[in-house]
Design a protein around this ligand. Structure first.
Ligand code: UGY
Ligand code: MN
Length: 254
């Protein structure tokens, strides 16, 4: 890094409470107690208007979280491996996850993370307050998204969707992967109460945020607040693919 090579400019857009596009080049390192040999940036958070916290974590050689992440009685956590290989544990259950691997820890279960690579591993990490439902409890879930078949999205054969978590009412949110073939798009511009935190895994596109079109690409993060206009067109030669969270299965509190 060091001295700038050109005028200072940014693609990022921050609209507190509404939406944000956070490009990777503007991120700084946030030290989070318990994470060792890790470069962490906080992405979406309550300070931006999100009801959850998202992080991008680069685990260096020997990177780990030995104190455990989450684990409070009302906090659920999720990790998705963008690249590399890690050991992820939910309490005493251990999982080896490589690219596209993920782990969900329900409230009360601590998540432990450890880099298994002799290079870096990169993670998308999440925590949120769980909204309880009488008589129901979510459970530990781990899998690799690459092993899950895509479903056709909304009757369109050029848009593909995966649900990463069970759709049972015990869960108050889900993570999904949405992938658009080049030139594919959403069927309409969405305006819904649910929030999203999205990490762009591949490709390039034009994203409609609050009814303004902005270019986006692999490595970008997008926060979409309640009701914000949202839709995408994929451009270029690769699929535009992102992993994102969405709250579900609960009524709105008055
Ligand atoms: O699930 C969703 O609401 C999703 N289609 N939203 C989005 O991609 N912005
Ligand atoms: Mn949406």
């Amino acid at each position: 890094m060091g001295y700038p090579k050109d005028l200072l400019a940014s693609r990022s857009i921050i609209e507190h409470g509404k939406y944000a596009l956070i490009a990777p080049e503007g991120l700084v390192n946030n030290v989070i107690p318990g994470f060792e040999n890790c470069i962490i940036s906080i992405l979406g958070s309550p300070k931006l208007g999100a009801s959850f916290v998202d992080y991008v974590v680069t685990m260096k050689i020997g990177g780990r979280n030995s104190d455990g992440f989450g684990g409070q009685v009302d906090v659920e956590t999720f990790v998705y491996v963008i690249e590399g290989e890690i050991k992820a544990s939910a309490g005493d259950q251990e999982f080896v996850l490589n690219e596209s691997g993920y782990l969900y820890c329900p409230p009360g279960t601590k998540m432990y993370l450890e880099n298994l690579k002799d290079t870096e591993s990169k993670l998308f990490l999440y925590k949120q307050k769980y909204r309880p439902l009488k008589g129901r409890k979510p459970w530990v879930v781990s899998n690799h998204a690459n092993k899950i078949e895509y479903q056709i999205y909304d009757g369109m054969h050029n848009v593909h969707l995966k649900d990463l978590l069970p759709t049972d009412i015990d869960f108050d949110m889900n993570f999904h992967i949405l992938s658009f073939d080049p030139a594919a798009s959403h069927p309409f511009i969405e305006t819904h109460v649910q929030e999203h935190g999205a990490y762009l895994l591949t490709g390039e596109g034009m994203y409609n945020l609050d009814n303004k079109w902005v270019p986006v690409k692999k490595g970008d993060y997008i926060f979409m607040g309640p009701y914000v206009h949202q839709a995408a067109y994929a451009i270029g030669r690769e699929n535009l693919t992102y992993v994102y969270s969405k709250d579900c299965n609960r009524d709105v509190e008055l």
